[in-house]
Design a protein around this ligand. Sequence first.
Ligand SMILES: C[S@@+](CC[C@H](N)C(=O)[O-])C[C@H]1O[C@@H](n2cnc3c(N)ncnc32)[C@H](O)[C@@H]1O
Length: 198
Amino acid sequence: MDENLLTQTVSVAMTITRSYLRDGDTAIDATCGNGHDTLALAQVVGRSGRILAIDLQKDAIDASRQRLAAHQIENTDFVCGSFVQLETYWRAWTETLVEAVSEPKAVVFNLGYLPGGKKNITTKTEDTLFAVQQALSVIAHGGIVTLVLYPGHEEGAREREALLEFAAQLPASQFHAAYVKFPNQKKNPPEILWITKK
Ligand SMILES: C[S@@+](CC[C@H](N)C(=O)[O-])C[C@H]1O[C@@H](n2cnc3c(N)ncnc32)[C@H](O)[C@@H]1O
């Protein structure tokens, strides 16, 4: 077992997400970045599963492609664009596939900026809210939308507040929202919000 599995926020988020995924499932990585999350998703759904990975930046798509190629992963397709078009990308992608795929069981948003990249290319509150609503619309019943939040920078703090407010007003008859933060880490450590669809 990875010793950091339950101490690093991103690993905790992926552990939660993976528990909703099975061999053959479909999932979306809405911010593939350097491809760590995409790789984890691609591995858990296996050869018969499918992943759609999105990122605004070509550098991120290239890095993710390389990471997956290095692991001989072939079940993933990429879109370079904004997650504000998540539902459109999802529908267009399903039409390109030879075999029909089921609705995504998971959509992952690891927010903020690309580690090692330009900090001004970061996820924006209004866009993220719009994309999360689309993700909740497209996921399967019993599926999950997982968000890693970074309140340590200004836009990230605004994004966190808006997302928590959004999650709090979701109808409890249709969705379950949960949220964790890590009290004894550095100042403003990343947090996790996840929403499941009943
Ligand atoms: C924290 S990084 C993601 C890390 C990544 N999941 C990984 O495993 O390496 C955040 C990513 O969000 C991307 N991003 C920012 N705004 C976006 C948007 N509107 N649509 C899609 N991606 C966006 C950035 O380009 C960046 O790569």
